[in-house]
Write a protein that binds this ligand. Sequence first.
Ligand SMILES: O=C(O)C1=C[C@@H](OP(=O)(O)O)[C@@H](O)[C@H](O)C1
Ligand SMILES: C=C(OP(=O)(O)O)C(=O)O
Length: 428
Amino acid sequence: MNTKKLQTNIQTLRGSIAIPGDKSISHRSIMFGALAEGETTVTNFLPGADCLSTISCFRQLGVHIEQDGQHVKIEGKGFNGLKEPESVLDVGNSGTTIRLMMGILAGQDFSAVLAGDESIAKRPMTRVVNPLRQMGATIDGRKGAEYTPLAIRGGKLQGFRYELPVASAQVKSAIILAGLQAEGETIIIEPEETRDHTERMIQEFGGKIEKDGHTIKVSGNQVFKGTAIHVPGDISSAAFFMVAAAITENSEVVLKNVGLNSTRTGIIEVMKSMGADITIEKKTSEGEPAGDITVRSSRLKGTTISGDLIPRLIDEIPVIALLATQAEGITTIKDAAELKVKETNRIDTVANELSILGADITPTADGLIIKGRKALNGGMVTSHGDHRIGMMLAVAALITDGEVELADPDAIDVSYPQFFGHLTQLIK
Ligand SMILES: O=C(O)C1=C[C@@H](OP(=O)(O)O)[C@@H](O)[C@H](O)C1
Ligand SMILES: C=C(OP(=O)(O)O)C(=O)O
């Protein structure tokens, strides 16, 4: 396996980075572009491996897509223009791709098989399969369709009312995408608010969706019109440099054009409550809100992270755990059992890898307990094939006393291919 010697013993980070496009919004721009009629152009698209998997799935469904780095042009086919794929749709490492594709394929009158890598094969799918079956789709797979490969035969769907058992934007979005192809109205109730990029994008494509508190209503038989989408920077990617600036000395980092949708900004609230020096300059824009985030070296204290905050920072928890190792006192993260079903079991991988570097961190059934402040040491660590674990460890290495070698650093390409280049650019 490939390994990489990480840059360690770094005093200071300074400078400014244009954060690459948001992964969640990039996936959705391709999906809605394909389902709309006419041309859609996407700028600041994230050319990470996950979003490229979404593009290749739609090409297999007969959609013409031109992609050149961050620019994408999609010739939309409408809901009725997709064709049966000739081979297995490969979602790679991407949970968002497989779960949202299921919602789309549920309404299509043909058969398709979806599969991905080893990590995808371990992630739960009945959370999407069950509601789609209730709507009328036929789905089969290993262990009652809990695991890939999944075979789906779409058909006539019926709108329904569904209370989500887990707070998941992927499950919500899959049902919305099926609801857009169903007879009548689909009503979805979320236990907690999750990222609302699907809902916003429906409106950008000229469609209708209603939201009242945690209740979402959507009807079938809508026609979407191709449009121009500009993807803001991904706050989940910015998070690594926010933490890096806070835990190093004499640092000041400006992260440009970062998405500030309030369903995603939990990390800003948590860092501020821990005492981090953060300033936000909002930019007025149509569509998704965005702005520049400046973070400086900070004196930090522990905190508790739980409840409805969790879905608003779920992917940032690995790097927040690192931040907590540098905060005075105890940080408790709870209500975050969803971490166990990400690319890896992130409760275990975060606790194991940070322990190797000398952190005082204990995994619990639904989170982590971290005691700070603890100086970190060098060691041999691994991403476990999980991009967010790899980037968190590269940020941890900045403050270790001793060498850190990271196994499987290439996993980072899933969401942030320019990560190491940007890190090197900031190191002074
Ligand atoms: O809808 C999305 O784009 C995502 C939703 C979240 O997953 P869940 O829906 O499983 O919580 C998140 O962890 C993932 O990175 C992206
Ligand atoms: C969980 C993630 O993505 P996905 O579910 O799309 O694989 C992530 O990016 O951290």
